[in-house]
Design a protein around this ligand. Sequence first.
Ligand code: 76R
Length: 247
Amino acid sequence: MSEAAQTLDGWYALHDFRHIDWTVWKSLTPAEQRRAEDELRGYIAECAQADENKTGSFAFYSIVGQKADFVFVHLRETLEELNELETRFNKTSFADVTIPAHSYVSIVELSNYMAKPGTDPMESPEIVARLKPSMPKAKHICFYPMNKRRSGSDNWYMLSMEERREMMRSHGMIGRSYAGKVKQIITGSVGFDDWEWGVTLFADDALQFKKLVYEMRFDEVSARFGEFGDFYVGNLTDADKFASMLK
Ligand code: 76R
């Protein structure tokens, strides 16, 4: 058996994508619309407290295209809290004008490919901070799930630790060249959801998503082993922006 990569695991993550049911929204009276909007504002304000209290992180983006209309991204200490957050939203009257579009359950993950031998990563404040990240208020988000291929001679999980480490080093070097332009949060989802990882990227210039993902396609680990699911891309929103979009 090849040596398994060791992971450090941080906050649990829920990506909760929803459609707006415009037919239902348009059929509401102004008073019903106001109530739905107020309850949405209350929910968002509550979610955002996690960032203030450092007990989690919350992001709210509108999604471009027909896969969804918006996404809530929640990072929290436990799966129970994520469950509570989605239920709490479902109980708001705003949820009555939404339709679930997609969801993804995972956990913030760092692997040990780049670890310095003989050091305890949990002693590093930088690593601890990356396991419990505060999501930036970047203008754009990009989310997609991915696997590492397991087929014939391209089976990632049959490679030696050294081979995988070498490829991940090259991957990390490309990633680092986007420092300051793209922030990435890798969440592991083996045992939690349909793919092995979720990739969540944040950038002020959406074009940098395309540049980064495209450049990585030529790098061996993505070129030979990367398999990708649906991509979601969106724009930063907040309660006020969202409310004026609904008007
Ligand atoms: O943690 C580190 O910064 C060390 C280097 C590193 C690791 C171990 C790193 C750096 N990544 C790591 C692990 Mn990554 N990453 C992706 C994608 O679209 C594609 O082709 C792939 C999707 C992007 C865009 C990206 C960006 N990375 C991983 C893993 C786990 C692999 C495993 O365990 O087998 C996946 C699935 C994955 C995928 N990566 C970086 C980036 C960026 C921008 C960096 C630089 C981060 C920085 O230095 O700040």
